[in-house]
Ligand binder design. Structure first.
Ligand SMILES: [Ca+2]
Ligand SMILES: [Ca+2]
Ligand SMILES: [Ca+2]
Length: 170
């Protein structure tokens, strides 16, 4: 039963969400940031991982992240996902192109003062938003209960959107 359920869930996930959503999806959120392995992410854990990631992404160590540094970090993560996926080479190429475009757009949005540099403060704005988006009960700890609540809300929103996009019959 378990394996059937898992396969169905994976299939549903692939159909429902583009690969791009994967790094921000609930299960990977906990996997990414739960450094002490207790199944939940505190704000302190989240901030520590983000701070490390910012430093790692700033490969030339000039204190800010450039568009190309940002893209390189994202591409490395994307390639790992693509390697694990069973998409065709053609689909993977398409996905890469799409993701590169989106990553440039995202960089532009994050770079609030438009100096072509992503400073730590700008990076933290997106981190704050990501954490707040997952922390459903706003107690500064993201648990599997928060993730379930957020996923349910997201599914409801998507269902509502799908319904509104369906042209009326006749
Ligand atoms: Ca933890
Ligand atoms: Ca840099
Ligand atoms: Ca900037």
């Amino acid at each position: 039963m378990k394996s059937i359920f898992t396969a169905a869930a994976i299939a549903a996930g692939i159909l429902a969400t583009p690969l791009a959503a994967a790094p921000h999806d609930g299960r990977s959120f906990i996997a990414d940031y739960d450094t002490n392995g207790d199944g939940q992410v505190t704000r302190a854990e989240f901030d520590a991982v983000r701070a490390e990631r910012f430093i790692a992404t700033d490969t030339n160590k000039d204190g800010w992240v450039s568009d190309s540094e940002y893209l390189a970090e994202y591409t490395a993560r994307l390639e790992k996902q693509l390697a694990a996926s069973d998409r065709s080479e053609e689909q993977k190429t398409e996905e890469r192109q799409r993701q590169v475009r989106q990553t440039h757009v995202r960089f532009g949005v994050l770079d609030k003062d438009k100096d072509q540099k992503m400073q730590k403060a700008e990076y933290d704005v997106s981190g704050n938003r990501a954490f707040a988006g997952m922390d459903d009960d706003k107690n500064n700890v993201v648990t599997s209960t928060d993730i379930a609540a957020v996923s349910a809300k997201q599914a409801a929103r998507e269902a509502a959107r799908a319904a509104s996009e369906t042209p009326p019959a006749g």
